[in-house]
Design a protein. Structure first.
Length: 271
């Protein structure tokens, strides 16, 4: 087995679901897949770099606070979900390392010492690493949401995989908040079928398919705005030459949505 860390794209579910019994029951398959990730990885990462769909800036921006707070970027949920705390330490030294990698790659980068963990970060991490001991570096998307640029970001981040850093793109393979339930069944299945095929293509063909993702079946119906798909581009870039493994697949989310997550690279255990 290689010592290089795998990299992931995860579908992170909806809102603060681990703290709500009804949503947690609906997302039991997702919970199991996230809880399995430490075993798949086979050792504890030195740090986690989480690229979250819930943060966009003019430059790729890195959270540099050594003790980040919380950002409850959801609405209409029970009061107790606004007091959830995920107290993992930040990773300012890793932020400086990533800043150097992106500058060397000619990508725009900035630091933010104020922003806390949003739910694209703390929700999946609370299931993956509930003890909250692994340092976390939260990273934004770049406004404009250019697929090729986010693949390039992943490629620039790839050296971190040899430094025991776990790179995770946190989004959703289907994200249309106005089209859940039965009406989402056909388009989400069609888009997921395309996505599964694209992930199994050769590296350059896979990247090209993602650059042209809008030509996929029901693409804009599944992603009226693509911010939840862009973390996949980062994961594909970071695992550019690696085979993809589907580590989560559920055709019954939110009343009919099909959603998936993928790992790129070798795993200690396979689902």
């Amino acid at each position: 087995m290689t010592t290089r860390m795998p990299t992931y794209f995860i579908s992170h579910g909806g809102g603060p679901w681990p703290w709500m019994d009804d949503m947690r029951s609906m997302l039991a398959t997702l919970e199991q897949s996230l809880a399995d990730m430490p075993a798949q990885i086979g050792r504890t990462p030195k740090a986690i770099l989480m690229v979250t769909a819930h943060w966009e800036e003019r430059a790729f921006t890195l959270g540099s606070n050594p003790a980040p707070g919380m950002v409850y970027d959801y609405g209409g949920f029970p009061a107790h979900t606004y007091s959830v705390v995920y107290p993992a330490p930040g990773a300012p030294e890793l932020a400086a390392r990533v800043q150097g990698l992106l500058e060397a790659a000619g990508l725009p980068v900035a630091l933010d010492a104020q922003r806390g963990y949003d739910h694209g970060t703390f929700v999946p991490l609370a299931v993956m690493y509930p003890e909250a001991r692994v340092p976390v570096l939260q990273m934004s998307l770049r406004a404009g949401l250019d697929p090729a640029e986010h693949i390039a970001l992943g490629r620039a981040l790839a050296p971190l995989r040899d430094e025991e850093v776990l790179i995770v793109g946190s989004g959703l393979s289907y994200h249309n908040l106005r089209n859940f339930g039965r009406q989402a069944q056909q388009p989400s299945q069609a888009f997921d079928g395309w996505l599964q095929s694209a992930m199994q293509a050769a590296p350059d063909a896979r990247a090209q398919a993602l650059v042209q993702w809008e030509s996929a079946p029901s693409a804009r119906l599944c992603h009226p705005r693509e911010e939840h798909l862009l973390p996949l581009m980062v994961a594909v870039g970071a695992g550019y030459d690696d085979a993809a493994t589907c580590v989560y697949h559920d055709a019954h989310v939110f009343g009919g949505v099909t959603a998936s997550s993928f790992c790129f690279g070798d795993m200690a255990t396979r689902t």
